[in-house]
Design a protein around this ligand. Structure first.
Ligand code: 3PG
Length: 216
């Protein structure tokens, strides 16, 4: 599947909820991503937070061709190259640096830098990134921060992650510059480790409905 910035944004506009997966086990990751997709969430961010994460990313991409699989916690240009090479649909970072922003702009990989405030956002815009991750959302102000930044930056859209809950999701998504929310709440480590795919399916369905209440 060929992904462009536009196609990824269109997918996020439709789903409005992006599951964030943290696991080091390939089989669990494939099972989890399959369960999320079967329950209405065919997009995922796989974080590079575990030693085996690159293998997990590669294998999930292979096993789940109909899922938009992005890579998160991209901290360096080398990681950005590696996830692009692995076939990730997009890269996403918790923050932004001039080096990484430049590399991402040159790479052509759809990419969403992380911002915590106006200065980060100005750096993102200097490199052409107008869809950004607001992180950690619950600490830096969440919906209030998105609304405040909408004044000086009316064309920017945010993906809020960090401390987002299913209960908060419908309210957050009513704010017009919030493109989507993301989080690990629909695939928590405790349920992944227990292999409780049914419970993960239920959480995914709830998240899907929180993002798209018209489908309830
Ligand atoms: C992220 O990478 O964006 C966060 O770790 C997700 O936050 P959550 O675990 O609080 O959902």
């Amino acid at each position: 599947m060929i992904h462009t910035k536009q196609s990824i944004i269109a997918q996020l506009e439709q789903l409005r909820v992006l599951p964030i997966l943290v696991t080091d086990d390939v089989d669990q990751a494939i099972r989890c991503v399959t369960t999320l997709a079967e329950n209405g969430l065919p997009a995922v961010e796989i974080t590079l937070r575990t030693p085996n994460a690159m293998t997990v990313l590669r294998e999930v991409i292979k096993a789940c061709p109909n899922v938009v699989v992005g890579a998160g916690t991209v901290l360096t240009s080398a990681q950005l190259d590696a996830v692009k090479y692995a076939g990730a649909a997009f890269g996403i970072s918790p923050g932004i640096t001039p080096t990484l922003a430049r590399a991402a702009a040159e790479s052509g990989l759809p990419y969403f830098p992380g911002v915590g405030g106006a200065s980060d956002l100005m750096l993102a815009l200097e490199h052409g990134f107008d869809v950004v991750k607001l992180f950690p959302s619950d600490i830096v102000g969440g919906i209030k921060m998105a609304k405040a930044l909408g004044g000086p930056f009316p064309d920017v859209r945010f993906c809020l992650t960090g401390g987002v809950t299913v209960e908060a999701t419908p309210g957050l998504l009513r704010q017009n510059n919030i493109l989507c929310v993301g989080g690990s709440w629909m695939c928590p480590a405790s349920l992944i480790n227990a292999g409780d795919w049914e419970a993960i399916g239920t959480l995914a369905t709830q998240a899907m409905i929180a993002g798209r209440p018209q489908l309830a």
